[in-house]
Design a protein around this ligand. Sequence first.
Ligand SMILES: O=P(O)(O)OC[C@H]1O[C@](O)(COP(=O)(O)O)[C@@H](O)[C@@H]1O
Ligand SMILES: [Mg+2]
Ligand SMILES: [Mg+2]
Length: 322
Amino acid sequence: MQRLAPALRQDNVPLDLISLIKTILAATKEISFRVSQGHLSDLMGSTLDENIQGEVQKELDVVANELLKDILLESGFVKAISSEEEDSSVAGEKNGKYLVSFDPLDGSSNIEINSLIGTIFSIHEAPSDMDASDPDMFKQAGNKQLCAGYVLYGPSTMLVMTTGSGTHFYVLDRTHGGFLLVERNVQVPVDTQEFAVNMSNQRFWQAPMQNYISDLLAGDTGPRGKNFNMRWIAAMVGDIHRVLTRGGIFTYPQDSKNPQQPHKLRLMYEANPMSFLIEQAGGLAMTSEGRIMDMEPNSIHQRVEVIMGSKNEVEACLAYYK
Ligand SMILES: O=P(O)(O)OC[C@H]1O[C@](O)(COP(=O)(O)O)[C@@H](O)[C@@H]1O
Ligand SMILES: [Mg+2]
Ligand SMILES: [Mg+2]
């Protein structure tokens, strides 16, 4: 099995970017170790703080954020970082080439039940003519990402990453401490009979999504003429990993539960990186109005509607909005 750095060189990834990726992964190996300690560590509880989005921070959210932030800001490659757990962007090296956005721990509500969690990251080029403390540097569309990936802390720790030459799967080999390539150019099957959505929000969705999901639930007695299965891991990393592995449609549609917040998932460190991975694997990543990666961001913590996965199924869903 190929090691990470030679696999990236094969895809013509520049050496500086390889070094940055290795820096991110050094932090995720440490997070993976802490996660695997579970109740043996003192990181299982909640802090008394909330992040800027009003969510209670878990001890592991904070530790994972600090590990990534410290190693990235000290690396010399990074002009600034932005994170789910930071109010604004944080300046790094003034001549740094890259910007990194990350969700240090995705699926935090799964921590205490010993279920799937992960780290999601996205890398953009840093504008050379802007100040390192200017958060506007991050206002770049997803289609400008140089690299996106996640590390899934599951029964095995996996890295799923793209640098624009396909989406590849790696596994952390604890015997030598590095990530090994296990599957190159993963492909999301174009058709599927599996969907992922938080059904408890059903009554708050817009009519097109209500109608689409009702038709899936009607199975072979309804207009789709086939039965669908449902899965919901409550961690986007887990759900998207299943979609990349065996196909499916994953959606967090617009809802009216809280009129101040019609969308749940964050553009910069959830939707954009996952969109890059899904598209590089032949899937589609959309809102009901267009391609996620073509959206021009207006803020670091912007939220967005998400409909992504198997190409034909995403198109079938979007047809309800026409
Ligand atoms: O609470 P719900 O509706 O199940 O939402 C689950 C969604 O929220 C998220 O957990 C948000 O991520 P964080 O844990 O990083 O806040 C997504 O990963 C997931 O898809
Ligand atoms: Mg998240
Ligand atoms: Mg998180």
